[in-house]
Design a protein around this ligand. Structure first.
Ligand code: AQP
Length: 332
């Protein structure tokens, strides 16, 4: 049976890349009737230093972000990773299945550890094994993510296949990444070759879900572009990463294809297009921002939602972990 799992780190403000690459697509998928589990991955967040009080606030804020984006806790299971201990327990088994060489090849590890890998946490290195456990502890079959997570999902399949092979079982499914739509890779507003990211030191590089209308408009107005008018066909965007990024964002926000957008705005200068994009972004994002603020006023209610989600999740994860232990040969 199909089952969807996806997670987001509570490690800072949510941005438009997280919204279009992940949250919005979760909400679109929810109503297709497939059982879905969405996770705030706090254990992943602490692979780099986090202030305890910030981690708590970000986790609750992320939960508010999921709900404000349309994830209904009555229809989907909404959890915080550390409240479902089977994630970490299965991750240990996978630490013993995955190979050092596989982990060392992950581009996210190389990017985040940088030149000083000796000083990086062991958790940052082992991150993809925990991610594999997050997914496989549900026997999830589909994982909607942005393009940046493709390599980690391939590793998840490798871990499942090696476990099945080593123990001579057909237990863990080979999960499919779902990377679809116009905005699977939203780029920085300041540099069309870098992805929009929470950890970019320039706040002008991203649109945060917490930005007000004026800030959004200003960031779009100042976004890097080239001097040419917009083309009327998608192939005219090929060598123009900044222009392509803004058109992709417009397409994703308005639920249109890039071709449809260009048939409307082709020929326009950025001076005309940027205000249209800003207006669209504000229209789509400000209801989410205000709903997040409303939900954050009652943190106890958020905690209740997460406790309920954890109880539902453990009905799935506990039997899968028990069976895994049995396959591995643990007494108990
Ligand atoms: N720029 C992006 N475009 C499309 N999708 C994106 N995602 C992240 N950035 C983009 C998707 O958002 C989901 C959750 O991301 P995450 O917070 O778990 O991962 P992340 O990659 O750590 O997010 P950031 O902002 O890039 O954080 P830093 O700067 O700390 O690395 C995932 O589905 C991801 O694909």
């Amino acid at each position: 049976t199909p089952r969807v799992f996806s997670g987001i780190q509570p490690s800072g403000d949510l941005h438009l890349g997280n919204y279009l690459g992940a949250l919005k697509r979760f909400a679109d998928a929810q109503d297709q009737g497939i059982q879905s589990i969405y996770c705030m991955v706090d254990l992943h967040a602490i692979t780099v230093p986090q202030k305890p009080e910030d981690l708590k606030r970000s986790t609750r804020e992320l939960c508010a972000g999921f709900i404000a984006s349309g994830i209904d806790p009555q229809k989907s299971i909404l959890i915080n990773q550390s409240q479902v201990p089977e994630h970490a327990q299965l991750a240990w088994i996978f630490n013993c299945v995955a190979r050092m060489g596989w982990m060392g090849r992950m581009t996210q590890w190389k990017d985040k550890a940088g030149k000083n890998a000796e000083a990086a946490s062991l958790g940052l290195f082992a991150y993809p094994a925990l991610m594999a456990a997050d997914i496989l502890v549900y026997h999830a079959t589909h994982v909607p993510v942005g393009e940046d997570q493709k390599q980690h999902l391939e590793l998840t399949r490798d871990i499942a296949a090696k476990f099945n092979h080593d123990y001579g079982v057909d237990f863990f499914p080979l999960t499919e990444p779902v990377i679809e739509g116009a905005a699977t890779r939203v780029m920085s507003l300041r540099d069309g070759s870098k992805k929009m990211s929470k950890s970019d030191p320039s706040d002008a590089s991203r649109i945060n879900l917490s930005d007000d209308a004026d800030t959004i408009a200003k960031k779009i107005r100042k976004a890097k572009t080239d001097p040419d008018a917009l083309p009327s066909e998608a192939k005219g965007l090929e060598a123009r990463p900044e222009a392509r990024n803004l058109v992709n964002i417009y397409a994703a926000l308005s639920d249109q294809s890039v071709e449809q957008v260009l048939s409307e705005v082709g020929g326009q200068q950025f001076g005309t297009f940027k205000p249209l994009l800003a207006e669209l972004a504000v229209t789509k994002m400000s209801p989410i921002t205000s709903e997040m603020t409303r939900l954050m006023a009652d943190p106890a209610e958020i905690d209740r939602i997460l406790a309920h989600g954890a109880a539902q999740a453990r009905e799935i994860t506990a039997p899968i972990l028990r069976k895994t232990y049995e396959i591995v040969g643990m007494v108990g």
